[in-house]
Design a protein around this ligand. Structure first.
Ligand code: GLC
Length: 577
């Protein structure tokens, strides 16, 4: 009974708000686009659902869960790479861009998946990894075979007779060195990521045309867009200047947005994107909001949206960096994007710890409330929301104790590097418990049967032992669960264009506990109040609320706002006069 009243009130309010919505496209930021209104759900296929018992999730597994995905109300799925790969970096090292990784299934499975998504009105965004390929890609096999091979210039080489190449740091290399010596041609090749991920040479027009052909291949199958992996690093200064001491600490500045990056993006747009109605998103976009805008200012004809790293690179835990810093980042980016361009809003993905473990509070007392509060943030901030699988049930960091539990090339190689140098590996492992990418990659927690229902075999990565308590089946049965709150939040944004296009203004700027902001569009005003702490707190808005109606609240007991107090991790979305 309680549930149906709450749901009816919600539907009524939401409908009431939509009837008078209209968006005047006076600035680019107000121009209506499906990809601005869409909400994206990210699936890490290895960890989603396995159907053949090999312990690795597969495409048939995703197909078997399409009704669940649809039930979330999301509009698009971003799939991490599913192409053929030796899996040095879990699919981010591609050996054939036109084939499906055997662990995941076949091209027929892919076609069925795409069909199943489209039948349900869900769009499919593929991850395109073209800053680098796998060293097992045919191009690289050819390229390394001789200096005069036609594929040689698909990659970056440094002949050893010129001496050692100028130092470049690598994200995943066991020695942190991005040049790897290859005896066959007495040369070094460049790899910003692991040794098995050689960087492609974008200066070569033949390589660029091959990539555009790959893009057309997938787009002609009917996919709805690309997430451009690490593409900000694609253009390099190939005069290979020495970089200033300590550049590794500001790597995006030195590796991001190279001399021809925007030329490549404009060419790609002209050759490929402009011919399709798709969504394109850059992973990373330089080191400042101004850099990011250049990727997505529509007049420049490059990409649709970008997500920047400042809000996740900010530190290990919100208690270390503090809410004020966090608010300042989002507000600064919003200011730069207020008239032009478009951003993606996210708090977690497969490269990050769990959202609740970093920005919220994973203790039993506050896990649900803080997960709901963070969900509210993602769906009420200006930008397209990207939501990572498992966050809809408040999955938490796994915190592995031993290096043997880790599969990730990043953690394993950094550990070996440190060990070889005699560093403090125990301290490193302790830190990984909070920051490792593996925290976000543990298998989806479907139910409380063995291995959380993800596989009948041995899962490729350990399941978080808390699956007994935290799982989808349990939350399906509870109208007040995080999962059902997530569904409501998705609908709230869908039904209120003010939450999509509305102007954002930060309120109560100096408040160290509360993130408060206003969204405004065509006379509609929505106030969002988020308590990021585990204590009762208050806010000071300098704003007359007038008649107000609470549209969404995570304590589920508030219809009107009367005072300026918030309970621990309380979140309120309020329509005001
Ligand atoms: C991106 C991916 C990450 C991968 C890296 C190299 O950052 O999100 O998972 O390891 O690129 O491709």
């Amino acid at each position: 009974m309680k549930k149906s009243i709450v749901t009816m009130t919600f539907i009524f309010l939401a409908t009431n708000l939509i009837t008078s919505q209209k968006v005047e496209p006076t600035t680019e930021a107000l121009q209506k686009k499906w990809w601005k209104e869409a909400t994206v759900y990210q699936i890490y296929p290895r960890s989603f659902k396995d159907t053949d018992g090999d312990g690795v999730g597969d495409l048939k597994g995703i197909i078997s869960k399409l009704d669940y995905i649809k039930s979330l109300g999301i509009d698009a799925v971003w799939l991490n790479p599913i192409y053929e790969s030796p899996n040095d970096d879990n699919g981010y090292d591609i050996s054939n861009y036109r084939a499906i990784m055997k662990d995941f299934g076949t091209m027929e499975d892919f076609d069925l998946l795409l069909k199943g998504m489209h039948e349900r009105g869900i769009k499919l965004i593929m991850d395109l990894v073209v800053n680098h390929s796998s060293d097992e890609h045919e191009w690289f096999k050819q390229a390394r075979s001789s200096r005069d091979n036609p594929y040689r210039n698909y990659y970056h080489w440094w002949p050893a007779e010129k001496g050692k190449p100028p130092y470049r740091w690598s994200f995943f290399d066991v020695n942190s060195d991005a040049w790897k010596y290859d005896a066959q041609t007495n040369s070094y090749y460049l790899h910003y990521f692991s040794q098995k991920q050689p960087d492609l040479n974008w200066e070569n027009p033949n390589l660029r045309e091959e990539v555009y052909e790959i893009m057309r291949f997938w787009l002609d199958k009917g996919i709805d867009g690309f997430r451009m992996d690490a593409f900000q690093f694609a253009s390099k200064d190939t005069t290979w200047p020495d970089l200033p001491k300590g550049f590794e600490k500001n790597i995006i500045k030195y590796y991001g947005v190279g001399p021809h990056l925007h030329d490549y993006l404009q060419e790609m747009n002209k050759e490929v994107f402009s011919k399709y109605d798709i969504m394109t998103v850059a992973e990373g976009a330089g080191s400042t909001p101004e850099d990011a805008l250049l990727f997505v200012d529509l007049d420049r004809k490059e990409l649709n949206m970008a997500y920047h790293f400042e809000s996740v690179d900010i530190g290990k835990h919100i208690s270390d960096f503090g809410l004020e810093k966090y608010k300042a980042i989002f507000s600064r980016y919003d200011e730069t994007f207020k008239d032009k361009g478009w951003l993606s809003i996210f708090l977690a993905n497969h490269d990050q710890p769990r959202m609740v473990s970093k920005f919220g509070n994973e203790t039993p007392e506050f896990r649900e409330l803080s997960s709901k509060m963070l969900t509210t943030f993602i769906y009420t901030m200006r930008g397209t929301p990207y939501y990572y699988m498992g966050d809809e049930i408040g999955m938490t960091n796994i915190r592995f104790d031993s290096i043997a539990d880790y599969n990730d090339v990043d953690t394993r190689n950094k550990y070996t590097n440190l060990k070889n140098k005699g560093g403090d590996t125990l301290a490193f492992l302790e830190e990984q418990k909070q920051v490792s990418r593996e925290n976000g990659r543990t298998p989806m927690q479907w139910d409380n049967t063995e291995n959380s229902g993800i596989t009948t075999g041995t899962p490729w990565l350990k399941v978080n032992p808390n699956y007994d308590e935290i799982n989808i089946k349990k939350q399906e049965q509870d109208p007040e669960s995080i999962l059902n709150y997530f569904r409501k939040t998705v609908q709230l944004r869908k039904n209120n264009l003010v939450l999509v296009y509305g102007k954002y203004s930060l309120l109560d700027k100096e408040n160290p506990d509360v993130f408060a902001y206003l969204r405004e569009l065509d006379g509609k005003r929505v106030l969002v109040l988020l308590n990021f702490t585990d204590k009762n707190t208050s806010y000071n808005l300098n704003l007359k609320l007038g008649k107000n109606e609470v549209l969404l609240n995570n304590y589920n007991d508030t219809t009107k706002v009367k005072n300026n107090k918030l309970r621990p991790y309380e979140s309120l979305v309020i329509a005001i006069e």
